[in-house]
Design a protein around this ligand. Structure first.
Ligand code: SF4
Ligand code: SF4
Ligand code: SF4
Length: 377
């Protein structure tokens, strides 16, 4: 019988996620690794990295396998180690923010006032460099100046480590963060129990992709926008452009011009509308002054109803075209499914090639992918 060795555990992420550029950059694996093996500086790397552990044995330095006897919670929570089935659209609403100008912020402000949320994990922008920075917010005044949500590559779920003693945590991020949290919430692994104690409110934004922070230099250079003047960065134009609010007004740039800055893992992502989130919010299909929201859980619905009653938001019916526009955007992202299929074939081939007897079918799949004809012997 083939057994999985300890070293294989951390190598599995390297091989099946990082090596194939499938990492979403969510950061949850680093939070749950209680041996300090995984690290992630997302301003430098595109996926977590591993630390080497050694000890001296006489005159020799021996490498220690820290993953020995570990249940591998890192693999358990990784959203890329699971095949997600598409969900139906859910309840669609049209919401108008009445306090802060943002539906997400108004829902959070209401949640804080009600005590339905104690803390908020989100990505903020550094005031001078506009680089993404992770924040753990707890006061309404923290929210007022925060440009939530920020579609830049940031490993926000590293912060979940700090949320373990909190009862109710709202997490605002892309759909892949909601997927990772769903994996955590539904796991039965004992070692993950402290991370499952808080109740998570998962709020996603409609996400065509996250951008590596290098995109900021392009914006500074080509649009002539000083980074310190940017107060918000958001996906706009029905999911087709990146918009910046500055002291001098608003500027936009089509996403197609930023393709080379889009995170590699996004190329194989088919969740545009936060299918695992309690609430997903975005501009697609919305009327002027309103935002479109998809509510998938009773927790999400209760918060939206409470925010309506408490006058934080106005609840409206979506227009006749809202669902149509949403579906068309979901379909456009589903085109990335071909990249997912390629990954699956590669993974099957890699696994088969590791077997003592090389699998002929796996070889053929690999050849098909690289379009290299097998030479007749
Ligand atoms: S969680 Fe466990 S298996 Fe994963 S990297 Fe950390 S020590 Fe290794
Ligand atoms: S997708 Fe998230 S959990 Fe998986 S390897 Fe990347 S950072 Fe870790
Ligand atoms: S496109 Fe997918 S992988 Fe990329 S940030 Fe959005 S949800 Fe995450």
């Amino acid at each position: 019988m083939n057994t999985i060795g300890a070293r294989d555990m951390s190598e599995k992420l390297k091989e099946e996620v990082w090596g194939l550029e499938r990492c979403t950059g969510c950061g949850l694996c680093t939070a749950v690794c209680n041996k300090g093996v995984l690290m992630f500086d997302e301003s430098v790397n595109r996926h977590p990295t591993t630390k080497e552990f050694t000890r001296l044995a006489g005159y020799r330095t021996i490498e220690i396998d820290p993953c020995k006897l570990c249940e591998a919670p890192c693999i358990e929570v990784c959203p890329r180690m699971f095949e997600w089935n598409p969900k139906t659209l859910g309840k669609v609403f049209s919401l108008r923010p009445k306090k802060s100008g943002s539906v997400t912020k108004d829902l959070l402000l209401c949640g804080l006032e009600l005590g339905a949320i104690d803390r908020i994990v989100a990505t903020d922008l550094d005031r001078w460099s506009s680089q993404p920075t992770l924040k753990f917010l707890s006061k309404p005044e923290d929210l007022r100046d925060s440009p939530l949500p920020v579609p830049l590559f940031s490993a926000g779920l590293k912060m979940i480590n700090r949320a373990r003693r909190t009862k109710r945590v709202a997490v605002v991020g892309p759909p892949c963060w909601a997927q990772a949290l769903k994996k955590l919430e539904t796991s039965t692994m004992c070692v993950l129990e402290p991370f499952r104690r808080p109740k998570y409110l998962k709020i996603s934004y409609f996400c065509p992709g996250a951008f590596y922070p290098g995109v900021l230099s392009k914006i500074e250079r080509e649009l002539g926008i000083p980074l310190w003047s940017i107060s918000t960065i958001e996906i706009a134009g029905n999911g087709s452009e990146l918009a910046f609010q500055t002291g001098n007004g608003r500027a936009t740039i089509p996403l197609i011009e930023l393709a080379r800055f889009m995170a590699k893992g996004c190329a194989r992502c088919v969740d545009f509308v936060g299918e695992q989130a309690d609430i997903a919010v975005g501009s697609v299909g919305s009327k002027p002054g309103f935002e479109t929201a998809i509510i998938r859980t009773s927790f999400g619905e209760e918060l939206v109803r409470a925010a309506t009653k408490m006058n934080y938001i106005e609840l409206g019916e979506p227009s006749s075209s809202t669902r149509k526009e949403l579906r068309s955007f979901i379909e456009s992202k589903k085109k990335r499914a071909s990249a997912v299929e390629t990954d699956k074939t590669l993974l099957a081939a890699i696994k088969s090639l590791k077997k003592p007897i090389v699998d002929e079918e796996a070889l053929q799949k690999l050849e098909g992918l690289s379009q290299v004809k097998k030479k007749e012997s």
